[in-house]
Design a protein around this ligand. Structure first.
Ligand code: GDP
Ligand code: MN
Length: 397
């Protein structure tokens, strides 16, 4: 589950990570109130207005602006709230901005220059360790840094058993070129950030930029946080942070009825039982010259009702030109699944306008094929994986 910047910062703050403080607002009046409140709390008289959408690169797209007066807070908030914000990470039409974060300006002048760094904590699946990635090149696109100046990106692997050790945090602060007060601040920052990542059960914390202010404080100016869905049951208070407006509406609907559905870009819809079979079915579709339109695992109970729900969800995607049903009847008998498909098909009348290829394998596969073939429906039924691939190729060409 992805979070908004302001939510990620709240979590960081709760673990003692220093942040650029801010208040979220969903209209320009509240934005002005927020700015006034921040002024009394922090003494700031400049503010940054930051669009809250689940995508980075907002600065480049005009979603992050500096306001030097309350009237600028009002006019900038008015412009940003409700806009379709296009960034390198959104689709071409952009994302609607429902709220803005009014944040204190932390790039104020002082004894030294403000400096931006990059830092993220994530899991390195290859080594089974947590990994802190960091760079002196903060504030910009880290992918560009990785491409053009990869030697400026450092990684520090942390054994989850021992946790982050003192020398590692000091090495990070040293590699970032810090000394004195800023060095100590960075060490504390890294420890608190790592703790936040571990204890919130997140799969990613990306802070870009981490800012060293002109008076040598170190704080998080941005926060991209991905919580691990599988650990959400341990964090009841985080569950409310989900913003369904940011998520794919078909996925939201499918998840609500307990289907494991992921929307993809292709043209062949798939309905499969079991995640492993779903993955190999997607491979099969690709090898047959198609592209999977979705990942859909209907789970163990492929009865008529579930099959019908699956069809309805798949057909909401206008890109779908064919549907491949690939079900293995282990505990559930193939003839029962076949009956389910026939019932679902009849129930849906003429809302199915694309060819359906059904491959049922396992217990009573032969009976299932007979049932499908005798149903009089426009369903192509096959038994072998290879035949299914050929049929997909045929209907697409
Ligand atoms: P992103 O573009 O979506 O990654 O959003 P960020 O939160 O990283 O903000 C983008 C840029 O806005 C930062 O890299 C900063 O250069 C700038 N910015 C953020 N906060 C402040 C601030 O308090 N003062 C000033 N002057 N600039 C800021
Ligand atoms: Mn950023």
């Amino acid at each position: 589950m992805n979070l908004h910047e302001y939510q990620g910062k709240e979590i960081l703050n709760s673990f003692g990570v220093k942040i650029q403080r801010g208040i979220v607002a969903d209209n320009h009046k509240k934005a002005v109130e927020a700015a006034k409140l921040l002024a009394t709390e922090t003494g700031t008289d400049w503010w940054v207005i930051k669009a809250q959408i689940h995508a980075g690169g907002r600065g480049k797209g005009g979603g992050v602006k500096l306001a030097k007066s309350l009237s600028e807070v009002e006019s900038i908030s008015k412009d940003i709230i409700g806009m379709m914000l296009k960034t390198p990470q959104t689709s071409a039409e952009g994302k609607k901005v429902n709220q803005v974060l009014i944040a204190e300006d932390v790039y104020y002048p002082g004894p030294s220059e403000p400096e931006e760094y990059y830092m993220s904590v994530l899991l390195n699946r290859a080594t089974g360790k947590n990994m802190i990635m960091y760079s002196t090149e903060g504030g910009m696109d880290i992918e560009t840094v990785a491409e053009e100046t990869p030697h400026l990106i450092f990684t520090e692997e942390v054994d989850p058993g021992t946790g982050l050790l003192g020398f590692q945090a000091r090495k990070i602060a040293f590699n970032l070129g810090l000394s004195g007060k800023a060095f100590k601040e960075m060490v504390r920052f890294v420890f608190a950030l790592y703790k936040a990542y571990v204890q919130s059960d997140s799969s990613l914390f990306e802070i870009n930029p981490v800012l060293k202010t002109s008076d040598d404080m170190v704080l998080a100016v941005d926060a991209k946080v991905t919580l691990d869905d599988n650990a959400l049951f341990r964090h009841k208070d985080y569950q409310d942070l989900r913003d369904l407006r940011e998520e794919n509406p078909i996925e939201v609907e499918a998840n609500a009825v307990g289907l494991n559905y992921v929307d993809l870009d292709g043209n062949v819809g798939c309905m499969v039982n079991g995640a492993g079979l779903a993955m190999s079915t997607m491979d099969l579709i690709k090898q047959s010259g198609g592209e999977p339109a979705n990942f859909l695992d209907v789970g163990g109970t492929a009865d008529a009702e579930r099959v019908e729900t699956g069809f309805r969800i798949i057909l909401k995607d206008p890109k779908v030109k064919a549907i491949l049903v690939n079900i293995f009847g282990g505990i559930v008998r193939c003839d029962r699944v076949a009956q389910g498909i026939v019932d679902a098909y009849k129930n849906m009348g003429d809302s199915i306008k694309v060819p359906i290829i059904v491959r049922l394998q396992g217990t009573n596969a032969v009976e299932a094929k007979q049932l499908m073939d005798n149903s009089g429906l426009d369903v192509i039924s096959v038994v072998e994986f290879k035949e299914a691939a050929n049929k997909v190729q045929e209907v697409l060409s």
